[in-house]
Structure formats: C-alpha cells, structure tokens
Design a protein around this ligand. Structure first.
Ligand code: ANZ
Ligand code: ZN
Length: 879
C-alpha cells in the first residue's frame, strides 16, 4: 500500500462503483423505516462553485448517516428549471431557453457528481420537462375546482416603451430594466391561488414545527401578519349622486378615533375612480402614483403624496364633526378595505402627511404618568405636534370623550362596543397575507391550462389534452411574451362549445414549480407522478436544508400547496417539511490586480512574506475582505479545482468543519490543507494496520475476554467518539462532530505510539482494540469523507462496501469516565494534551505523550533528553 492517499485516483473509482451498484437507488417498498432528506433544488444558472455545495454536502452527510443507521433514505435531486434568466439569455445570446437550460443542467449535474453526493439520480426531475408540468397543470385545474384558484383584475408593471409587462425584479428605481422608461401600472385579469383560505391554519401550524428555526417561524408569522382591529363606517358628504355613501375603513387603532384628522382612499379605490371621472387633476394624480412599481416595498418607500377631494367624512363618535377626504399614495387597495382614517399624533405616516399638508395633529394617547396629571398632560399634548415624531407607544386615552382614562387595550374594546351599538362598525381580524398572483406574461414557464371562449368564459383544458406544451418555435427578437405573438399556438377551439377560442398565454410563476417538487420525488420512475400512496409514505420531508433567503415565499407556498393537495384528496399530510435547516454561506476573500480587475483565487498566490501576487507576472494584488462567493467578483472556487488537487473529501470536510453550519464560513487555502493533513494522517494509521497485519487480528476476530488498561482506555475513547459523533450529526452540529473525529484520531495515534509492536511482548487485547478503533474511525468518517472511508474500509479487509455497512453502536459500559486528560509540554511550552487511562503507568504515559503529532513536530527530530511525568497532571519533555 502506498504511503500517500491518492484522492484523484480513489474518488472517481468509488463514485463509479457506487453508481454501478446503484448504491443510492431508493425503493418505495423497502421495509426499513423511511427517512427523507432534501436540499432545496438548484436553479440551473450555469456552473456551480464550492459556495453552492455546502447545503448539498450537509444533506449528504445526513443521508449517508441515516442509511448506515438502518433507514431507507430518500435523497433526490432535480432542477428548478423555468425562469427569467433563460429568457434573458435567449434575448442576449440568441440561444433557445430550452437549450440554455439543458446545457446548464448537464454541466451542473457533472459538477454535483464530482462532490460524491449519495443521490438517487433515477428520480431526477426538471420542472421544464412536460412530464413534470403536465401534473402541475392538473393540480391547477383541481385547485380551480376546489375554489383555490380564481381570476381577478390586478396590476402589473408596464413598460410603455418596450410595450411589455415587467417582473418586479425588472423594475429598477421605478424604471424598466432595458428601456429605462418610467414604469406604469396596468390592470390585467390574472390568476390567483387562494392562499388566504389557509391564513389561520398556516399561522397556527407554525407552532407545531419545533424542528424549524425560530427565526423562520417568526418571519412567516410576520408575513401572514394577523392583526385585530375594526371596520368603521364614515358617512361621506358630497359623493356625486350618492348622499348615503358610507366609507368603510380598516383600523387597528379604534382607540384613536378622537384624534382623527382626515380620511384617505387608495388611488385604486372604486370611489377614487368614480371621482376621477369628472376630475382631470385627480386623474393626473392617479397617473403619477402609478409610476411606482407594484411591489409593496416600492410603494412604502415612495414619498407620501395626497390629493384633497371635495368630500367630507362624518365622525362616528363626535356629533357634527367632519374631516377632509384625501386620495393618498400610501394607501394600498389590497389591504384592509383600501381606505383609512388617519390619526397623525399616533402614526408616523399620518404624522408626516399632516405636517406636509397642514392638517391638525391632536394627541389622544399619553404615557400613563402624563395622562394622570392635568398640568403635564396639557404641556405634553402641546409639544407633540411641534416635534417630528408620532407617539406610537402604549398609554392611556386623553381628549377622547367616553374613552378617557382607559388604557389602549380597554379603549379599543370600548370603542368597538360603541361602534357596534351605533351600527357604525365592528371588530374584525385582518391578515397581511395576500392571495398569490401566479400569472406571468413570459414564455419560459408552465402554461396555464385554460382556454378563453367568448361564449363560455375561461374553460379548463380537458385532462386528455394535457399537458399544454410550450411551442418551441418562438422568437425573442422583440420584447413581450412570445406565446402571445406566436402565429398559431394560441388559436384553439373551445373545449366546451367547440367555437374558435384563445389559449391563455400567461405562464405560471416559477414558485409554483417548486411548491410540490418534494412530493413528485416520492414516486418511483415510471409510476404516477404524484401517487398518493408514495407521497403519503415519504412526506413530510424529515430534513429540508436550504438558504434563509427562502424563509418566506418558497416555504409558505410549499406549505399552501401541501394543504391544497390535501384538500383535493391527493395527499394526507398538511405540512411538507418536518425539519428545516438554513445553512450559512461560504465566503472568500476578493482579489484585484493593479488595474482594478477582479482575479480568481487560482490566479494568485500568497508569498512567504504574506503578500499576495498574481501568479502570471508577480504583480501585486489588492486583497478585499471575505464576501459571499459570486461570479461577478470572481471569488469563487469551482469544485473541479479542489477535486484535482486535494480531492473533494477535503472540500467536504472543510465545509463541515470550520464554523457552526448555520453561520458563514470562510474558504481558505490553509483550511483545505488542514483537511488534507487529516486525510493523510488517517490513511497512515490505517496503513500501519497493513504493515503490522501480523499483529493486528483480522476483521471479524472474536472479542477477547479481558482487556489491558491501555486497550480499555483506547476502547473508551472509541466508544465515546461514537456516542458524541452520533449525537452531533443527528443535531446537525457538523463542526462539533469534526472536532470529535480529531480527538479520536489523536487517541488512536497515541495508542499506536504506545503499543509495543513486537510479537514477544505484543498486547493481544490492545491489538483487538486497535482494529476496533480503526474500523470505527473509518465508519464514523464515512458520511463526511466517503471516498477515503471506502478506500480505508477495503484496506482494512472488508469486501462489503462501507456505504452498505452499519453505523457503530456505542457500548454504554465504556461511556463512563475512567480516563484522565493531562497537558503535554515541550521545554516548558504547552503543545497538546493526552487522554489516557487513569491508572496507566509512567512508561505508558511517556510513550503516548511522545507519539502525539503536535509534540513530534515541536521536538522536530531533536534528541529527547528527559521526560518528566507528574502523575495525573502534566508531562514535560526536555530536548
Ligand atoms: C388609524 C390608526 C391610528 C392606525 C393610529 C394606526 C395608528 P397593520 O398593523 O399593518 O394591520 N391601514 C389600514 N389599511 C391600510 C391600507 N390599505 N393601506 C395603508 N395603510 C392602511 O396596520 C393597520 C393600520 O394601517 C391601520 O390602523 C391603518 O391606520 C393603516 F394611531 O388606522 B390605522
Ligand atoms: Zn365555448
């Protein structure tokens, strides 16, 4: 056996063996308990780098670990393959989106395979494959039948120069990304998923997801945004032709009604539109409001603007009092009722608005101590409007008639009671969550399976005609939706009455594709794409792993879809992901040459002096702080580069070892080299077994009846490592498991150093313990460094593959502490520590200390003059 482990030869060899033997192929009828581990599937955007690999490696460790623990593991992979970048590539580089996508899939698949991931590739899916989206179209129609899909008018971003609808991400600072034109908002009839039907359930069930990060649950809670408040009717004076008009508003602060200073309508409110019919100035104001993107963020950050109408609103509590009615750009049509009453003293937006338009600011809530004192109260109430901040904290009602003296909560209740009694309103619950608009005016997405007929309206495409496939002969030379321009595709006969009709040319939001793919993976190749039995067997996913950027939308949509499928009788579970883990990113330094151009890490080197230079010409390089790996800054490391040098096991090890998995981890050359040293060290230990094969008993030798103290100490270290690594992988504390492996390697190395490897004096029980230790070590690193582990397993004399072997079980008797840890110094300087049997004799301690790697390094080949052992405390080596 060669002394160096050759990853470049070994890694492809084992990958081929696993593939030939279909080691990771999963059968649904396997009787072992199931375990489903899934990483968020990638978008095929081009090439992957090591930064993308971390979550796949984490998932792979879990998959391999659970397999060894006796589970029937499902660990699939696929491609979130529809989306805008493919269309952009088509426009910019004149390649068809399909070609671009499949080329990327092929390249990325090869890269993922390089990482040695234990995936069941037989279940691979691409969401752009008609066999995938056929089922999605069926689901769409089922959801439609169950009232979970509907059509309504909604706004889109419209680019008036390119004459096309823009996605939110194509609106940059209110302008179209290509044309630079000011974006307008247009109303179009679009399809919606009724996610709000499950608003309550989706919120309540978050409490039943203990294996989700608290942070993600909080983000979802806030997104669903349940609030309790009131609907209040304000009779309006001056509505043309409708003297009895009552404006319905939503408020969470009915306790502040006495501080009302105006009412405001959304620019999209039906009343606004009615008023605009005979008001050119209002029409201009509305048009102006529309030059802001449709995203809530764009609307919230825009400057607050209002238009004062001639209407007045009658206060529900104060006899004879009225306030003016504005149209304001910050009032959203799709929240509450699209109209508000404003209390500037206690709401910052209203405060800013009131200051801008010179409207009254009357404080009606004061801090408790202020409210209790008439003098303080007056001074406080006078000061507030002069400042620039609304008072939004808790307090007690003042200047509020029958509410005076009540705290905020009590005042809310009293106000609601009175509104109800007067028929002027009622308490209500409101959600921030909106129904999910899924219509996209794009080509590279799943076609919406609907035909529009003048006589019958929108008609679902009959099941026998599914899938509605995307036509391939499309052009991207002009902006807009190629499906709409296609000469024939949209012209079909109505499935209901047979008259000429028109296909829906919108496609679905790509978030739809990723809302059920985890259920699709449950089916074996060749069987029904969403078989109930298969889905019920595998779902929920036991461990889902992905980026925090998907904490809200993707996870919420997937949760909605699962509930929808359950409602349609396609599934029995309601939650898709039992456990969720959000991993940190891999970051890397950035490099720039003298002309300010970014450089790849492989093009620079760090000299002895610590300075970084360009390899090609030795010119100096400016080093920037570590950042998220990104193509644009070139601070990326492709998996090929690591595979060709240290091997992917080193990359895997490093990704797991450096920091807690939820935190960002910096990729460094030194870190990978450290992993490489460990690989070689483990290999040497296993190799020693080869050389000393005469002394170490062969695999399968029965356990001796008794063990020497040294053997016992080694066995303790081994079994403690089993227990610790088992627990830490189970809890996804990979970095701690890595530290446990280092400890075990040290223990095995010092046992090897201590043993007398001569046939006459050889301790047979230690020999047995030594084999146990090596085999266990190799099994324990199996999930993390699978290639090295297979190679070592074979070297240790096993015919079966390590991936088919069982995870070791710790002997509880050996977990009780009977060893001590003592410091080891060289010339008075602490170099390492030694864990050894409490009753080990002086000579044994001495030999074990000298065998430690760090100690060996510190001695550096010099002659050892003296070894002083202070029992139970310290070993000092003098050289
Ligand atoms: C009067 C008031 C007084 C309000 C006060 C707040 C503070 P959340 O908590 O998010 O539910 N609002 C209601 N509908 C709106 C819409 N369509 N667009 C913009 N703003 C809207 O917020 C509810 C509050 O946001 C409501 O309570 C309303 O302002 C405003 F001291 O009513 B409040
Ligand atoms: Zn028809």
């Amino acid at each position: 056996m060669s002394t160096r482990y050759n990853a470049r030869a070994s890694e492809p060899k084992w990958q081929k063996i696993w593939e030939d033997r279909q080691s990771f192929r999963t059968r649904n009828d396997d009787p072992r308990p199931k375990y489903y581990v899934l990483e968020m599937f990638p978008y095929p955007s081009g090439r992957i780098h090591i930064g993308h690999g971390r979550n796949y490696v984490m998932g792979d460790v879990v998959a391999r670990f659970k397999r060894m623990k006796g589970f029937n593991v499902l660990h699939p992979m696929g491609w979130d393959a529809f989306g805008l970048p493919a269309e952009n590539a088509a426009m910019e580089r004149k390649v068809h989106p399909k070609q671009w996508t499949y080329e990327n899939i092929e390249a990325m698949k090869a890269q993922l395979k390089l990482l040695g991931l234990s995936l069941d590739w037989s279940r691979e899916i691409a969401t752009c494959d008609p066999s995938y989206y056929a089922e999605q179209q069926k689901i769409f129609i089922e959801f439609l039948k169950h009232g979970l899909v509907y059509r309504k008018e909604s706004e889109v971003n419209w680019d008036p120069v390119d004459n096309t609808v823009l996605a939110n991400e194509q609106v940059i600072d209110g302008r179209g990304w290509r044309s630079g034109a000011l974006v307008e908002r247009r109303r179009l009839a679009q399809w919606f998923f009724r996610i709000t039907a499950f608003a309550d359930e989706l919120l309540a069930a978050l409490d039943d997801l203990p294996r989700w990060p608290e942070k993600v649950r909080t983000m979802q809670k806030n997104w669903i945004g349940r609030s309790e408040g009131a609907r209040v009717f304000w009779p309006l004076e001056g509505v043309p032709g409708d003297p009895g008009y009552r404006l319905e508003i939503y408020t969470t602060r009915p306790d502040t009604l006495y501080g009302a200073s105006f009412c405001a309508l959304s620019p999209d409110h039906p009343l606004t539109r009615k008023l605009a019919e005979d008001d050119a100035e209002l029409r201009a104001f509305i048009a102006d409001c529309k030059h802001v993107g449709t995203s809530a963020e764009a609307i919230e950050t825009a400057e607050k603007k209002g238009y004062r109408t001639a209407l007045r609103a009658r206060h529900p509590f104060i006899e004879g009092a009225t306030v003016p009615v504005y149209v304001a750009n910050f009032v959203l049509m799709d929240y509450g009722t699209g109209a508000i009453f404003a209390c500037p003293a206690h709401d910052q937006r209203d405060f800013d608005f009131a200051k801008k338009y010179g409207l009254p600011i009357l404080p009606v809530v004061a801090p408790k101590d202020v409210a209790a004192d008439a003098g303080k109260r007056a001074a406080w109430a006078a000061a507030l409007p002069a400042g620039d901040e609304a008072y939004t904290d808790d307090g007690v009602a003042i200047n509020s008639g029958f509410l005076d003296g009540l705290d905020v909560e009590a005042a809310k209740r009293a106000a609601i009671e009175r509104l109800k009694a007067d028929g002027a309103g009622e308490g209500t619950v409101n959600f921030r969550l909106r129904d999910w608009g899924v219509s996209r005016q794009r080509y590279w997405g799943c076609p919406i399976p609907i035909v529009h007929c003048e006589a019958c309206g929108p008609v679902p495409v009959p099941e026998k005609d599914l899938p509605v496939e995307l036509p391939e002969d499309v052009s991207f030379d002009v902006p807009g939706n190629p499906l709409d321009r296609h000469p024939t595709w949209k012209h079909v006969d109505c499935p209901q009455c047979g008259k000429p009709a028109r296909r829906e040319t919108d496609t679905m939001d790509t978030f739809v594709d990723s809302s059920w793919y985890f259920a699709r993976f449950a089916s074996e190749p060749g069987s029904a794409p969403l078989g109930r039995e298969a889905a019920d067997h595998w779902l929920p996913v036991d461990q889902y792993i992905g980026g925090i950027e998907h904490a809200i939308l993707h996870l919420l949509y997937a949760r909605f879809f699962t509930r929808g499928l359950e409602k349609c009788g396609r599934l029995s579970v309601k939650e898709p992901f039992g456990g969720l883990f959000t991993q940190g990113m891999i970051i890397h330094e950035t490099y720039k040459d003298t002309e300010g151009r970014w450089l790849f890490p492989e093009d620079v080197e760090r000299g002895e002096d610590g300075k970084v230079r360009k390899i090609a010409d030795g010119t100096p390089v400016t080093v920037g702080a570590p950042e998220k790996m990104s193509k644009s800054k070139k601070n990326v490391v492709p998996p090929e580069v690591v595979a060709d040098s240290y091997g992917v096991d080193c990359a895997r090890w490093f990704m797991l070892s450096d920091t807690p998995p939820e935190r960002d981890s910096e990729w460094t050359q030194g870190g990978v080299e450290g992993a490489w040293r460990l690989v070689q060290r483990i290999w040497r230990l296993v190799g020693e077994a080869g050389e000393r094969a005469r002394l170490i008993p062969p695999a399968g030798t029965p356990k001796p009846e008794s063990f020497s103290a040294e053997a016992e100490a080694l066995r303790r270290a081994v079994h403690q490592a089993i227990a610790a690594i088992d627990e830490n992988i189970e809890a996804l504390r990979f970095n701690v498991a890595v530290a446990n492996v280092y400890e075990l390697v040290n223990a095995v190395a010092s046992a090897a150093g201590t043993a007398s490897w001569k046939a006459e004096t050889f301790d047979r029980s230690l020999g047995w313990a030594f084999r146990e230790a090596l085999e266990t070590l190799v099994l324990l690193i199996g999930p993390m460094m699978p290639h090295l582990a297979e190679e070592a397993w074979q070297t240790l004399g096993h015919d079966a593959l390590l991936v088919d072997s069982a995870w070791p079980v710790a002997d509880p008797a050996l977990l009780v502490e009977d060893s001590i840890t003592i410091a080891v110094q060289v010339n008075g300087k602490r170099r390492d520590e030694l864990t050894i049997a409490r009753d080990a004799d002086q000579a044994t301690v001495e030999r074990a200390a000298l065998a430690l790697e760090k100690v060996e390094k510190a001695i550096d080949g010099k002659a050892v003059r003296k070894v002083i052992v202070v029992p139970g405390k310290i070993v000092n080596i003098v050289v």
